[in-house]
Design a protein around this ligand. Structure first.
Ligand SMILES: Nc1nc2c(ncn2[C@@H]2O[C@H](COP(=O)(O)OP(=O)(O)O)[C@@H](O)[C@H]2O)c(=O)[nH]1
Ligand SMILES: [Mg+2]
Length: 576
């Protein structure tokens, strides 16, 4: 299914053309039919001779209803620009064309209507005049087809043209994260709330849970229809009616967005490119009352010009936009900016960054994902995917890290570790992010929680007496063949400790701590020395100094004849 919007000046024959092609009157409201004037969006679909299903969104041409026009063209991929053969180019022809251009639409057909009222040579003149206006726009090479909705002249040719147009128009992108900007809401008697809209970016299935932005109300897809047919699932680029359960119809309005929970970054502020139309007679500055049109929503925003102080008419620049509520947005989304006071279309363009972190004065927004990584420094793979749409491999753990920061951090770690020499730096002296980076540094050895330059291990820690003490566990023999000064050095470095004249390797203390914790789990009121001795399987000679060391380090505490839990009972003993 493909979605095509009409565009063009009021009364030039847009609605009549849609009716002639589809058999459906897109003017749905009694007031529209009475006045012969399209006020709101109309919808109709038909199947071409080649079997392509085309959904038309018929928009109002009158300048007063431009918001309704904008609500309809958010999700379309191509257009029919309608021009009355007798009247020719008009202000809304111009404005609609500019809007479609700013929205990034690249394909369309120009339809000269009411051909039955003009002689053929006049039609040729009309086409020539049109071509001048189209030159330099995205429609400059588009086919121009003369039709009459009254006599049917030219309609077959137009349908063939539509098939060619569809073949040349890229199909909707499926990002696996559906988004539906609501254009109509109904309270359907007996079946809850029904919304319609153009589904983009992914598919919906019956039964899925959804949230409604901006309020974050939750609901579920009870059933779905496309073109009046019930369906179980529906893909990106379709017109769809969703029947939602669990949601009151007043929780929804035109402009609400339906997404799946957790699938989108919800943004209050974004950076975007702004191209202004040449017809505004003043430059754009940060002052003014602005309304932003995005998807089917229209919202009052504040803007700041990034870099320069102003953007001239017919120029381009970057702006930072502040939204009054969070919207599910992605770089590449298109918007239109209008000035609320003068009621004029000022410009529009592409969203570049949905999570700007650099102050507007220094921002240099573009679509480059490397720039985003660089500005964030550290960003999780998931957040990067949500804010840019790009899935990157993690540099460390779950993080994508700016290469510049990573290099700087590695250099700082290296300097610190080198300066520490044989003693090294304990892992827990690094901050959380440094601890993730340390193992990725080359040329370091990490032993017992201490980082040293490889080969710079303390030669004393390999001394046979130290190895013998480690092997002796909680009941080691007294060290021999090592100078007392060296033992004291090792004690200062946390490799060994001494109590009551008994020397132990630090690993014995960790064993003792685990056993003490175990005993306290079973005897919360405390354990005795004999219970400890038995649990460790040693005599008083070693049990007393070990227990005293546990007390000294706050792992246990002595109360009368028993030991109870100390504040550091749960912290593993790290040596070295
Ligand atoms: N003779 C003739 N009249 C047309 C044709 N198409 C539209 N009209 C008339 O032009 C007027 C405006 O048409 P409409 O479709 O409402 O224009 P819209 O405002 O662009 O939607 C209506 O009175 C139509 O009957 C056509 O091909 N031939
Ligand atoms: Mg109309």
């Amino acid at each position: 299914m493909r979605i095509i919007a009409t565009a063009g000046h009021v009364d030039h024959g847009k609605s009549s053309l849609v009716r002639a092609l589809t058999g459906t009157d897109p003017d749905r409201w009694a007031e529209e039919r009475e006045r012969g004037l399209t006020i709101d969006l109309g919808f109709a679909h038909f199947t071409t001779t080649h079997g392509n299903v085309v959904s038309f969104i018929d928009v109002p041409g009158h300048t007063r209803f431009i918001s309704n026009m904008l609500a309809g063209v958010g999700g379309v991929s191509a257009c029919l620009l309608v021009v009355d053969a007798r009247e020719g180019w008009k202000p809304q022809t111009e404005e609609h064309l500019r809007i479609l251009d700013l929205l990034g639409i690249q394909n369309g057909i120009v339809v000269l209507t009411k051909a039955d009222l003009e002689a053929s040579d006049e039609l040729v003149d009309a086409e020539e005049s049109l071509r001048r206006h189209l030159s330099g726009t995205f429609l400059q090479d588009a086919p121009v087809v003369a039709v009459s909705s009254t006599t049917g002249q030219g309609l077959a040719e137009l349908v063939d043209g539509l098939d060619e147009l569809l073949a040349a128009t890229p199909t909707a992108i499926d990002r696996g994260r559906p988004r539906l900007f609501v254009d109509r809401v109904f309270a359907a008697r007996g079946s809850g709330t029904v919304v319609t809209g153009t589904l983009t970016d992914g598919s919906f299935e019956v039964g899925q849970s959804v949230i409604i932005q901006p309020d974050g109300v939750e609901g579920r897809v009870r059933s779905m229809q496309s073109h009046g047919q019930g369906v179980e699932s529906i893909s990106a680029g379709s017109r769809v009616a969703l029947n939602l359960s669990g949601i009151e119809h007043h929780a929804l309005r035109r402009g609400s967005v339906i997404v799946r929970p957790g699938h989108w970054h919800l943004t209050r502020e974004f950076d975007a490119r702004l191209s202004t139309v040449p017809t505004i007679d003043h430059p754009v500055t940060s002052r003014g009352a602005w309304s932003l049109h995005l998807g089917s929503d229209e919202v009052a925003v504040r803007i700041r010009i990034i870099g320069a102080a102003r953007i001239e008419a017919g120029g381009a620049g970057a702006i930072r936009v502040r939204l009054p509520y969070a919207m599910p947005l992605l770089p590449g989304d298109r918007y239109i900016l209008r000035e609320s006071g003068r009621r004029e279309t000022v410009g529009g363009g592409e969203i570049l960054d949905v999570d700007p972190v650099v102050p507007a004065t220094r921002a240099r927004p573009d679509r480059d994902v490397d720039r985003v990584v660089d500005e964030h420094g550290w960003i999780t793979v998931e957040n990067l995917r949500l804010t840019t749409g790009e899935l990157r491999e993690a540099s460390i753990g779950e993080w994508v890290v700016s290469p510049r920061l990573l290099t700087e951090m590695r250099a700082a770690i290296e300097t610190r570790v080198k300066a520490a020499g044989e003693r090294g730096v304990r892992l827990d002296e690094f901050d959380e992010r440094e601890r993730l980076v340390v193992p990725t540094c080359k040329g370091f050895a990490i032993t017992e929680g201490v980082v040293r330059v490889e080969g710079a291990e303390d030669p004393l820690t390999k001394h046979p007496a130290v190895i013998a003490l480690a092997a002796g566990g909680c009941a080691p023999a007294a060290p021999s063949g090592i100078a007392i000064a060296d033992l004291r050095t090792l004690q200062r470095r946390g490799v060994l400790f001494e109590r009551d004249g008994e020397w132990f390797h630090i690993t014995a203390l960790e064993t003792a701590r685990t056993i003490a914790a175990d005993l306290l789990a079973r005897h919360p009121d405390g354990f005795t020395m004999s219970q400890f001795r038995e649990a460790v399987g040693i005599t008083r000679k070693h049990a007393v100094p070990l227990a005293t060391e546990l007390d000294a380090r706050g792992i246990t505490r002595r109360r009368n004849d028993v030991r109870i839990a100390g504040p550091r009972l749960g912290n593993p003993v790290v040596g070295g």
